[in-house]
Design a protein around this ligand. Sequence first.
Ligand SMILES: [Zn+2]
Length: 443
Amino acid sequence: MQLIGSGRVITLNDDSPFIEDGCVAVDGDEIVDFGGTSSIKAKYPHAPFRDVEGRIIMPGFINAHTHIYSSFARGLSLPQDKPNLTFGDILKNMWWRIDKALNEKDNLYSAYSTGLESVRCGVTTLFDHHASQRHISGSLSAIERALDDIGLRGCLCYEVSDRDGMEAAREGIEENVSFIDHAAKSADGRIKGMFGLHASFTLSERTLEKCVAAMGGKNAGFHIHCAEGEEDLNDSLARYGKRVLERLNDARILGEKTLAIHNVHANSTEVDILKSTRTMAVHNPESNMSNAVGCAPALYMIENGILLGLGTDAYTQDMLESLKAANLIHKHENRNPSIGFMESIQMLLKNNALICSRFWSKPVGIIKKGALADLIALEYTPHTPLNADTMYGHILFGLSGRCVDDVMINGKYIMKSRVMECIDEDAVLAKAREQSADFWHRV
Ligand SMILES: [Zn+2]
């Protein structure tokens, strides 16, 4: 049993959303109590007490879509052969060159660097989508090793694609299946497995059939990019006479454990398909703006009851940065300053937790009795009243990932006063710099 208290507690729990001087009691991996600091301390007088001295205590952030491997791309400039790049050009000239060059050590050290940066930004759970055609078998175990050393919660998958030939697709299928089975047997259940698929336009009917057959009766979903660029939509219409989500639904890829990422070019019929199949969707506003693929119909999806979460697509690891972009893009796109605020908050702080509830048996992303103890403490001195009515404004406009001082995952401190508890961060990042320099020569 341990207590974290003397903080301004934002619970994200409707029964008691904000406690001015609050405390959370943790036993093992679970939150067992919360309330005013004095009453919780009196109830558990022998429990060690961490005094956060007025910092904000809240559930850790969840990143519903990222690519750990992309960390080695920071600062790397690859030759671009055209002045006006399409989304397809960006994939071919940048990302597909990078993921083709990754070896086992690259995968391991990019996972350490993304994992550590995520923790520094208060991210306690991430959903990763991985590709490394030269190191497919065992790639998810390399990532798992890094996340384990750090102590992160995560859901991993390998993106199957036809773009590197049938042998790579076959190996990708096997990697997903064996990792899903491995994760299902893990002792503390922190790491889960999904079945990764790249996108409709790089997957033939035959490969999709193989993926569905390999999934069999497993209790896991698919994690796939959907209608991100116009290329994906146009390919699906030209080759199959169907829109992307219509095709994926017919191929039995959708369902309540599947994550459909982006959906920028999804129309109302496709949103209805997401709804009727209870498929989860993820919005990645910064990535969409950076690739200039368009603005996803995120608000329309929320209005229509889609479980729409927020991801970064690895543009950043800071979910508060992604939150700010989600708030802005819809105001800008619709020339309407009255929209986007609460929908962005809902995506990050409510829907990402609901997405986790389809994978972990105990609640994640909320302070309530019985929830998993994934907590963060943020240094923040408000200069306007902070209470249940104003807290979302403070989260959106006042906080950033840089405010995060303490991170606890599964009841264990991962970072305390900005120092990593379980890993020698300087040594690991020095190795990552060495490894990434080597990688840059190979890419
Ligand atoms: Zn992505």
